[in-house]
Design a protein. Structure first.
Length: 118
């Protein structure tokens, strides 16, 4: 069982930066792949970035490549999303999620709001 709590959202002007954190409980955190998702009003939830348990592999949505960076610290049971050069279209609720051996994202945080003003 893994419990996830996001933090770090807020209001920022276009071009600014935010760093989201996702703190996980559970001794097996280091064995889970982690992902950051977002959902804007009226839109489907989309996968923004993911990282394997070993941190060897990361991947990003085309819309955030070169601007967002996902990382994790298994010793701190935390995954991060560094967001730079933010755009108004990045406005959404951001969720972190954990995927076990099934590769299904089965654990979710409650979400944190990110609002980018133009």
């Amino acid at each position: 069982q893994v419990q996830l709590v996001e933090s770090g959202g807020g209001l920022v002007q276009a071009g600014g930066s935010l760093r989201l954190s996702c703190a996980a409980s559970g001794r097996t955190f280091s064995t889970y792949a982690m992902g950051w998702f977002r959902q804007a009003p009226g839109k489907e939830r989309e996968l923004v970035a993911r990282i394997t348990w070993s941190r060897i592999s990361t991947s990003y949505a085309d819309s955030v490549k070169g601007r967002f960076t996902i990382s994790r610290d298994n010793a701190k049971n935390t995954v991060y999303l560094q967001m730079n050069s933010l755009k108004p279209e990045d406005t959404a609720v951001y969720y972190c999620a954990a995927a076990g051996p099934s590769r299904v994202y089965e654990y979710w945080g409650q979400g944190t709001q990110v609002t980018v003003s133009s």
